[in-house]
Design a protein around this ligand. Sequence first.
Ligand SMILES: [Zn+2]
Ligand SMILES: [Zn+2]
Ligand SMILES: [Zn+2]
Length: 140
Amino acid sequence: MEQNNYNEIETERVENFDEKSNGLCVCMICKNIFIHPCQCANCKAHFCTECIDSWVSKNPGNCPLCKSFRKISPHPLLNNLLSSLKVKCAYHPKCEEVLEYDFLLKHEEHCKFNEKIPCEVKKRSHNSFSAEDFVNNSTY
Ligand SMILES: [Zn+2]
Ligand SMILES: [Zn+2]
Ligand SMILES: [Zn+2]
């Protein structure tokens, strides 16, 4: 599996998810809410850019629905639909934020419960205990 820099948006995280109208916001490859959607010019289906890119790399020129994939920008109405979603932060229940779709990825990147970044910082402060401290403490 490829590593994403962002979290998948499972439909369970969408507070106002409505199967009827928001079904259009779900990627048929990953079954999650679109991240950076794009559209197939031939069959008009939408996919996450990352999902369709890895699909096309395994099935050159194809999309899951048709035989001639050509990537175009998503339909403006899809962007409107996505913008109306209210999504829980990926780090819930620790983080209680609920964000509009347009702000979600930015928030998660900087969320204080996102442990991908603080790990590095922690490691560095740990190493700052120097050998000198140790020696000073052991001589009395
Ligand atoms: Zn997808
Ligand atoms: Zn297609
Ligand atoms: Zn958060």
